[in-house]
Design a protein around this ligand. Structure first.
Ligand code: UD1
Ligand code: MG
Length: 461
């Protein structure tokens, strides 16, 4: 889910700070490569910058986690990162981007890579302030508990005098509930000129980005704050905060989908991904998980306990309960994929049915074909994958093993329990099981003999 805002009047750039160590995550994975809604925190921060139409994006990374830089460059190109080493504070971090933005004329927004809910729409009011003549615009919020945050010292009309960090705040300032989210915007030349004057004579001995506000005010520049709801600017520092951000994201996206006309009887049990597309007029039953890359067309019903990723579900299709759609599953309109059926990289035609206990991997199923319970597409020989194609209106008997590569013709049938290794022509029946034998009275005789033996044994005891 990304939101984008209208085209800017002046060029925009973003500096995304991602040089923190993230030690409180206690994870071998760098903090900003953890995910919310199936997307890394870093990618969500880049989404926000792109949503704001930033034409240049610079990610400031630490020397300690090269994967973060690799991930940013993979998405944005080879010049998208700068290294801050050692990290000497947020102001120092932004200065690391100075050279790469030297030729940029326009406004720069500074964001943090660990704020997954700070979307373009949340940041956009800063650019409105700048368009209205503000020189330095800061995104603030009113904190339920302000401890740990920089405090905004405001004059009437959201005019910002300065920002005081928690550690440098006296008792009266500590009572202030207006806090700094960390997001700040200013014209590029103004921002770097102010940063050049920032000193580290504070209790942390760091170069604070927040000091640019007081410096700007001293230079008689206009400094203002815009305010966002607290959850939208919340940072992630621990696994619990990551889960809390996920919960906020999920709730907000589910509510948006319901507003758009998706029925969810137990929304709190449905898990979505950043790019899940569900059309109006669909039903998503309880405990459904959408991994990345899923789209669901109108009228489809996703029944309880289904797991979908990389799959497209057509209009009016019925999925589950307990179905698993894996990448490349393309389920046609009105098709049925029932309980304990796994579909991977298979195009399922309109109205086709696979209702029970099957593995359907690599291939296609024609319109109105019926796949019996327990059918397996045997797609893998331990080295390579092969395809199975089932024709229109074909009927695959229960417990058939279709050994790929194999093709079942239109309207063809396979007998239950068959192992099909050769193509079956249109309209034919393929059977690979032994003839049935009948031995009249055998079972009755067998039981009588066994019972007599059991009775003799009992008599002896
Ligand atoms: C910062 C703000 C504070 C604000 C708070 C909001 C400053 C001085 N303080 O404080 O006003 O209320 O965020 O959460 O800006 N980073 C670097 N390099 C560094 C230091 C930090 O890239 O040298 C990055 C971190 O990875 C992080 C962000 O900057 O993404 C914020 O750093 P952090 O140390 O958490 O700042 P706070 O002390 O929380
Ligand atoms: Mg912090």
């Amino acid at each position: 889910m990304t939101d984008s805002v209208s085209s800017p009047s002046r060029p925009r750039a973003a500096v995304i700070l991602a040089a923190g160590q993230g030690t409180r995550m206690k994870s071998p994975t760098p903090k900003v490569l953890h995910k919310v809604a199936g997307r890394t925190l870093l990618d969500l921060a880049i989404d926000a910058a792109e949503g704001l139409n930033c034409q240049r994006i610079v990610v400031v990374v630490g020397a300690h986690s090269p994967q973060v830089g690799e991930s940013a460059r993979k998405r944005l190109g080879p010049n998208a990162t700068v290294i801050q080493d050692p990290p000497l504070g947020t102001g120092h971090a932004v200065l690391a981007a100075r050279d790469s933005l030297a030729d940029f004329e326009g406004d720069v927004v500074v964001t943090y890579a660990d704020c997954p809910l700070t979307t373009a729409g949340v940041i956009a009011p800063l650019f409105d302030l700048i368009a209205g003549g503000t020189d330095v615009a800061v995104l603030g919020f009113e904190a339920a508990n302000p401890t740990g945050y920089g405090r905004l010292i405001l004059a009437p009309g959201h005019v910002l005098l300065r920002i005081v960090e928690e550690k440098d705040a006296d008792l009266a300032t500590q009572q202030v509930r207006h806090c700094n989210s960390g997001v700040l915007a200013a014209d590029r030349a103004t921002l770097f000129s102010l940063l050049a004057d920032v000193r580290n004579d504070n209790s942390k001995g760091e170069y604070y980005l927040t000091d640019v506000v007081g410096l700007a005010h001293d230079r008689k520049l206009s400094t203002r704050a815009a305010f966002a709801p607290e959850p939208s600017v919340q940072g992630v520092n621990s696994q619990a905060e990551l889960a809390a951000a996920e919960a906020v994201w999920q709730k907000s996206r589910r509510n948006a989908l319901m507003t758009e006309g998706v029925t969810m009887p137990a929304p709190e049990t449905v898990h979505l991904s950043w790019d899940t597309k569900i059309a109006a007029g669909t039903v998503v039953e309880p405990f459904v998980v959408f991994g990345p890359g899923v789209s669901v067309d109108t009228g489809a019903v996703i029944k309880a306990f289904s797991h979908l990723e990389g799959a497209a579900v057509g209009e009016g299709a019925l999925i589950g309960p307990y179905a698993r759609l894996r990448p490349g599953a393309e389920i046609g309109p009105e098709a049925h994929i029932g309980n304990f059926v796994e579909v991977k990289k298979v195009k399922v035609g309109k109205g086709a049915k696979a209702n029970h206990l099957s593995y359907l991997g690599d291939g296609s199923i024609g319109e109105k074909a019926n796949i019996g319970a327990g059918t397996i597409f045997c797609n893998y020989d331990g080295f390579e994958k092969f395809e199975t194609h089932v024709g229109k209106g074909a009927f695959i008997g229960s417990n058939s093993a279709l050994v790929a590569p194999v093709r079942i013709g239109d309207g063809a049938m396979t007998g239950s329990g068959s192992v099909i290794t050769k193509d079956v022509e249109d309209g034919a029946l393929a059977l690979t099981r032994p003839e049935q034998q009948i031995k009249a009275g055998w079972a009755t005789k067998f039981r009588a003999l066994k019972q007599a033996a059991k009775d003799r044994k009992k008599d002896k005891q």
